[in-house]
Design a protein around this ligand. Structure first.
Ligand SMILES: Cc1ncc(COP(=O)(O)O)c(C=O)c1O
Ligand SMILES: Nc1c(O)cccc1C(=O)C[C@H](N)C(=O)O
Length: 404
């Protein structure tokens, strides 16, 4: 059986038009399936960072704010991310963490919403930080927070809905939510839709402009490979920018920051989403990392992502004894992100299984209590990796796990 799957993997890798991109990354013999938590390092980034450190910081010092383009990096890099998420230029600014951008987006959206609406809906299955921040934002702005499963949003929105905060792909299950349909349902009720793109940007087409999303946030350290703690981004649709009223109006979002005036006057455009001094080193590492996307269509990445996850599910079905794991990731392509999450029927097996997998060079992660999570970054994961990961998983769960 393993010969059949290995031969199929080899054929799929040989036909893979994105296969050569793997060479752009620093990788070893490990099967790295954790790019949905921390993407791999693009090879050229260290040399670029060396230049930033020695030339831009070391020699030019303060002059680099202008001469090296440091000051405008947040908008410039936002415009590099824009095509990956289906946004025209001028609507994305890079900076701060996703958590901070969730705060900006939810509060600003509540200020953009029609007068008198008193509810903020939040994805009940969200990655925790969005829920915590939405709860605080709701408390601060005098709204009632209503947790709702994404599929139930159309029935839950109404004349009281100000804002709905949703995840495009669920971090635990890998379920892809219906961004076009849910955005339309929120709009039909007169509210604003804010999307967290952490688990979709760089893995699948998002279509922010095409689907009329109001605001969105996302991180850059997963499928965009920006590095640990690389800055997040905020999208504010062009039609909302003039009225976008940031709850964190720091000086770098001022129309004339170096006037250092006592009164706040917001800059135009995406700059309005900035707060304080940009995190230049991380930001420039991200900018360099985005070079790997030159000439790579997101649609091709999506096609490969689905082929990888299809093949993984098939290999798991063949290699893993029946009844040991159950996929909690939807089988339907329209409902699947770029990860596969396997729930261990015996929860006690999950942690030792992931430890044993990692010890054998297959790196996924555990989402407690019982989910083995495998993320597939099409830019550097191949079909032979998929076959090996499923085969090793089958061996691991078939052996003694207690002492692994
Ligand atoms: C959906 C989602 N939102 C937000 C975050 C994290 O936000 P931050 O970048 O602030 O740590 C993550 C993962 O870390 C996430 O998966
Ligand atoms: N942001 C992370 C971090 O700083 C350390 C470890 C993991 C993360 C993650 O990104 C977790 C990720 N959002 C998840 O879906 O699990």
């Amino acid at each position: 059986m393993s010969e059949t799957f290995a031969a199929r993997a080899a054929a799929l890798d040989a036909a893979d038009e994105l296969g050569d991109l793997r060479k752009l990354f620093t990788l070893d013999d490990t099967v790295y399936l954790d790019g949905n938590s921390l993407g791999a390092l693009p090879r050229h980034v260290p040399a670029r960072m060396q230049e930033v450190l020695t030339r831009e910081w070391g020699e030019l010092r303060i002059r680099s704010w202008d001469e090296s383009g440091w000051w405008t990096a947040p908008e410039r890099i936002g415009d590099r991310i824009a095509p990956l998420v289906g946004a025209a230029a001028g609507q994305i600014v890079v900076g701060d963490s996703t958590s901070v951008n969730v705060f900006k987006a939810v509060v600003a959206a509540s200020r953009l919403a029609p007068e008198g609406r008193d509810e903020i809906l939040v994805d009940a299955t969200t990655f925790p930080t969005d829920g915590y921040i939405a709860e605080s934002a709701a408390r601060m702005t005098g709204h009632r927070l209503v947790p709702v499963a994404p599929a139930d949003v159309p029935g839950a929105v109404g004349p009281r809905t100000a804002v709905v905060l949703l995840n495009h792909v669920d971090f635990r299950t890998g379920r892809l939510h219906d961004l076009p349909g849910l955005t339309a349902a929120v709009h039909a009720a007169g509210g604003l839709a804010v999307w967290d793109l952490c688990h979709s940007a760089g893995a699948l087409p998002v279509g922010l402009d095409a689907h009329g999303v109001d605001l969105a946030v996302g991180c850059t350290y997963k499928y965009l490979n920006g590095g640990p703690g690389s800055p997040a981004y905020l999208y504010v649709a062009e039609r909302h920018q003039a009225a976008f009223d940031s709850p964190l109006p720091g000086w770098t979002s001022h129309a004339d920051p170096f006037a250092m005036a006592p009164g706040y006057a917001p800059a135009d455009g995406s700059v309005r989403g900035r707060v304080g001094t940009p995190d230049i080193l991380s930001m420039l590492a991200l900018e360099a990392a985005l070079d790997v996307w030159d000439g790579v269509p997101v649609e091709a990445v999506r096609a490969k992502s689905l082929a990888l996850t299809d093949f993984f599910l098939e290999c798991v079905g063949a290699y893993v004894p029946e009844g040991v794991v159950v996929s909690v990731t939807p089988g339907a392509h329209g409902e699947r992100g770029s990860q596969v999450s396997l729930r261990c029927v015996d929860a006690a097996v999950a942690e030792p299984a992931m430890r044993a997998l990692i010890a054998r060079g297959v790196v996924g992660d555990l989402r407690r209590p019982d989910v083995l999570r495998f993320g597939f970054t099409p830019l550097y994961v191949g079909f032979a990796d998929v076959e090996r990961a499923a085969r090793v998983l089958g061996e691991v769960v078939s052996g003694p796990l207690g002492g692994a």
